[in-house]
Ligand binder design. Sequence first.
Ligand SMILES: [Zn+2]
Ligand SMILES: [Zn+2]
Length: 461
Amino acid sequence: MHWNQINFNNFIFTIYNCERSEFNKYIMANKPDNKRKKYRAPRGTSDYLPKRAAQLHYLDSQAAEIFERYGYRRIITPTFEDTDLFSRSIGESSDIVRKEMYTFNDKAGRSLTLRPEATAPVVRAYIEHKLHSEIKPVKLYYIGSMFRYERPQAGRYREFWQLGVEALGSPKPLIDAEVIVLLVDYLKSLALNDLVLHIGSMGDDKCRLPYTKKLRQELEPKAEAMCPDCQQRLKLNPLRVFDCKNKVCRAIIAEAPKITDNLCDECANHLVQVEKGIIGAGIKYQLDPTLVRGFDYYTRTTFEVRSPLLGAQSALGGGGRYDNLIAEYGGPATPAIGFALGMERVLLALEAEQVKLDIEISPDLFVAVVDNTDRPEAFRILTDLRRYGLAAEMDYMARSLRSQMKLADKLGSEFVIILGPDELKSGRVAIKNMATGAERKVSLDQIADSIKNLKSEPKGE
Ligand SMILES: [Zn+2]
Ligand SMILES: [Zn+2]
């Protein structure tokens, strides 16, 4: 024990020393450059400056409102998980697991991965906390950033934001319809109109295997003409050939048998019932026999919403049913369905449709001062107004009164008060409407009430 400890300490000591000298060497070597070095956000990531952050927040709060209206409750899971949680659910053969995961060892040697998607973490939490003993279906939603090591391009980032829902516990087609209708209703609530909903089915254990066999038999003789990726797919997971964008492959695949023509009776009936639900909700869709989702865990219903305006990265979001995943993780057999939506894609679609989000943040009131010496008193009043619930602002740069008025205008403040010696002495101040120039005199302790009243008045002319 003692020996171990010494050794252990020696080890630490050595590492520490080495790190320190390496660090010093680095600093010395880089000293002249240090001032010039420009730090940038890592490739494929971006800063959400206030304007864009406000847009993202708008998508987030709108989602929370609508998802909760549909009975979904928020769940927050860790940003990283054990690596095999993902390799197991997403599938070893998928591009995500093979090439795109941010995997690292922590200091204790555990293999961890920044989440590339959130369904597996939600399912893990569902099992870990025995949520199956709660009222079913258990309806959850999440909002968070995900990580994939992909080639960055418009609408594709290495850290990107997703929101999504999972409904766990019901095998019935109407819950599929609910999840799909929720996705479409949410996008429509953002004033997006140019949307195409694709619906498909992946079949189940009973019918997918025979179909996969049939597909492989059909395509193998033509494999040489197909791209290397597809040749690989034919070996590992033939269904994935439907993801191929290669022209030659697409022509060959177009002739191949479709899963929707090869479903067992139960799966075919399930699909019909889902369609009925969607039609009942007044939503148009396209039945898409080639809609095969990228993850191994999907069964039966698959769906995707695309914006034709976005070109190659047209999918805004999608999902499907995953009836086997929870049992595969050692949980009780639990049918489930969910979707995930790419928030950056949604922002791109809003831009493409020229939808302006009404999220400008501007103060209700700007407190201007005549004399510098009145600033502490102005600050006191400002703080009172804020505590009362008004968005209020003042100048902290010792600007002249004229510049303060310009600033109030620039900030888009609706009202302004000017505090001068007269106002402070009489205890009365004029509230000026910046748009109309109209003024109203009130006592200092009634500013907040007056502004609340003025704001609720119908806007003239
Ligand atoms: Zn191909
Ligand atoms: Zn089936």
